[in-house]
Design a protein. Structure first.
Length: 331
């Protein structure tokens, strides 16, 4: 089965909780719990699952807001300064990175240090596709493609969407537990037990994806932005993204043409969009190609409606699985 066209980058390290243990105290919320500030939904959810009643978690990104667009308020800065423990993803929200460096450099866990990260190259899938079609290209044609690749350099980098792989997300949960234990030794056993339960739930989810996609008839998923590299990497899919690693990285005309060509040549029937950003680009591509659209949720945050309905990481991921099964002929 074809693996996704992604580059594996070295793991940054698994000692992320060390500095937290060194500087942690027994401070926290007024009710005696440990005060945790999380950058956005999946990190807040993991902290809640691992911390349980021993923590008070503040999510800096409100429901319904795209975390890439987060602007910190004075009250957010105060929360960061007063927190016992901060869970964030370096590079995902640059303004938050700067605030942590200034106000709380020794009590923050960058979750990317707890997992093996992967790189995203927006041109790779098209280079592979073109190689299959044009094995006998001339040197001039190669030079032209190299120029096109240069135009797309802004769509490359390290993929931050680590939580969409249940296995890596479990590793994040364990890292959070280690960090909390380092500043709240009295409840260390609780954190360990909760992290193990969280891991068990994610292991079950991983098995559901593996089994649910086993009989698929296709591997390619066309998405509105490049949020699904880790999911693709885990389950042997090929992600073809219209936009870059951030929804703000809008595609140029060449990118749109490349994706449209890929959709046509590979018989893609579904263009995926997401809940927190405009579906316009996905709608345009679908209309031009005759494909349908469906939601594949990158889980950067929940909408107000999802919160009110009691949805969470697991319910949304299972909805994603159902959409993938339909699109890839595995339903």
């Amino acid at each position: 089965m074809r693996r996704s066209s992604l580059l594996i980058l070295p793991i940054a390290g698994l000692a992320a909780a060390g500095t937290l243990a060194a500087c942690g105290g027994q401070g926290g919320s007024d009710d005696g719990t440990t005060g945790v500030v999380a950058a956005f939904y999946p990190l807040a959810y993991a902290a809640e699952q691992v911390g349980g009643n021993n923590v008070n978690v503040t999510n800096l990104t409100p429901a319904g807001q795209e975390p890439h667009d987060l602007e910190l308020s004075p009250s957010d800065i105060a929360e960061i300064e007063e927190a016992d423990y901060i869970v964030y993803l370096k590079g995902f929200i640059p303004e938050l990175d700067a605030a942590i460096e200034e106000y709380a450099p020794d009590k923050a866990l960058d979750v990317s240090t707890a997992v093996e990260t992967i790189g995203y190259d927006s041109t790779q899938v098209f280079e592979d596709d073109h190689a299959d079609e044009h094995a006998d290209e001339t040197a001039d044609e190669h030079a032209e493609e190299e120029g096109e690749e240069h135009e797309h350099e802004a769509l490359e980098g390290t993929d931050p969407h680590v939580w969409l792989d249940p296995v890596r997300y479990a590793q994040i949960g364990q890292a959070i537990a280690d960090g909390l234990a380092g500043i709240d030794d009295a409840n260390a056993d609780d954190y360990k037990t909760a992290a193990d339960a969280f891991t068990a739930d994610l292991t079950e989810l991983d098995a559901e994806f593996t089994d649910g996609l086993a009989n698929r008839t296709g591997d390619a998923i066309v998405t509105s932005h490049a949020a699904f590299g880790y999911l693709a990497d885990r389950y042997g899919l090929t992600q073809v993204a219209i936009s870059g690693l951030s929804p703000d990285q809008e595609p140029d005309s060449q990118r749109m043409a490349d994706v449209a060509h890929y959709v046509e040549e590979n018989g893609i029937t579904t263009i995926f969009f997401e809940t927190l950003v405009s579906p316009d680009i996905a709608d345009t591509l679908a209309a031009e190609s005759g494909a349908t659209t469906a939601v594949l949720n990158p889980l950067e945050g929940l909408t107000d409606e999802q919160v009110d309905a009691g949805e969470d990481y697991f319910t949304v991921m299972r909805e994603n699985l159902a959409e993938l099964q339909t699109a890839l002929g595995a339903a």
